[in-house]
Design a protein around this ligand. Structure first.
Ligand SMILES: [Zn+2]
Length: 290
């Protein structure tokens, strides 16, 4: 997508070509509002003025006034969600390595003390600021939002898939906008329930609860984990406040209104920094000794 820096200003049937620099923000609502249009031939999209710092101001079409299909600014809306600089939604994937890395980072952050956490946040901020200073100024390009799908039932064969970002959320930080998205969620184990090809780990942070669900799709990907969730229960009983990290799709339970996380991948869980196989092996070696 090309950003728009020129518009036709139509006033009293007089059409003038103006550029973004000519618009004085304080004049916009009084003088230009509703009178700016796309300059492409055959396109009558109404434009508004978006004021942004650092030479990033541009024109944007009105919500209800699309560009004509032949206009270079025309963008098909694939999904209902489009952000300011995001055009449509592209399918993305995350690798097992990304999952494991996100869970490990989330675990390490969770076990830091409060002071260490504040210090880490400050260090990270400083790092980010330093990066910004050295970054070359490049023109912002409009890009589609990337939606990562982990549910095998909804996965589509799409060769254009790109690597998506994996966001981390503590249990108490989950929001409506995370619904339907793939997230790595972190909390302390409250209880574990196991069934046939199903398991549930209830985790908590600051009095907010999330059920992490493992169903048939998960056990199809990880048949070796069947019957092993019992060890998570044992581990949580022996270790107070055991940390649990899981990567999956965020849902909302209709009865309780609580957020839930559905895990589909064998790499979708970490038990206090350990894999389930590791915990199960440790316990079975111990029971062999007895
Ligand atoms: Zn147009």
């Amino acid at each position: 997508m090309v950003s728009i820096y020129e518009a036709f200003y139509v006033d009293n049937y007089k059409k003038t070509l103006i550029s973004i620099e000519e618009i004085k923000p304080e004049e916009y609502s009084r003088k230009y509002w509703g009178k700016l249009f796309c300059t492409e031939a055959g396109c009558e999209a109404k434009l508004s003025y978006v004021k942004l710092p650092g030479n990033k101001s541009h024109f944007r079409k009105w919500r209800e006034s699309p560009h004509s299909e032949n206009c270079i600014h025309f963008a098909e809306r694939i999904d209902g969600r489009t952000g300011t600089r995001q055009v449509g939604v592209q399918n993305g994937f995350i690798s097992p390595e990304q999952m494991k890395k996100a869970q490990r980072e989330a675990f390490e952050l969770e076990i830091l003390s409060a002071e260490e956490r504040i210090k880490k946040r400050e260090d990270d901020r400083e790092k980010r600021l330093n990066k910004k200073n050295t970054k070359k100024v490049t023109k912002t390009v409009e890009q589609p939002a990337i939606r990562v799908i982990v549910d095998p039932a909804h996965k589509i064969e799409d060769t254009n898939q790109v690597k998506g970002r994996l966001y981390k959320r503590d249990v108490d930080a989950l929001k409506e906008k995370d619904l339907g998205q793939t997230r790595t969620v972190t909390g302390r184990i409250e209880k574990v329930e196991t069934g046939e090809k199903s398991a549930l780990v209830r985790i908590c942070k600051n009095n907010k609860f999330v059920n992490i669900r493992f169903g048939e799709a998960f056990f199809a990907d990880a048949p070796q984990y069947e019957g092993l969730f019992y060890y998570i229960d044992q581990f949580a009983t022996e270790n107070n406040n055991a940390v649990f990290n899981a990567t999956g799709e965020v849902k909302q339970n209709e009865q309780t209104n609580e957020f839930e996380l559905i895990v589909f991948n064998r790499d979708g869980l970490l038990v206090h920094g350990r894999t389930l196989s590791y915990i199960a092996t440790t316990y079975s070696i111990e029971s062999d000794k007895n």
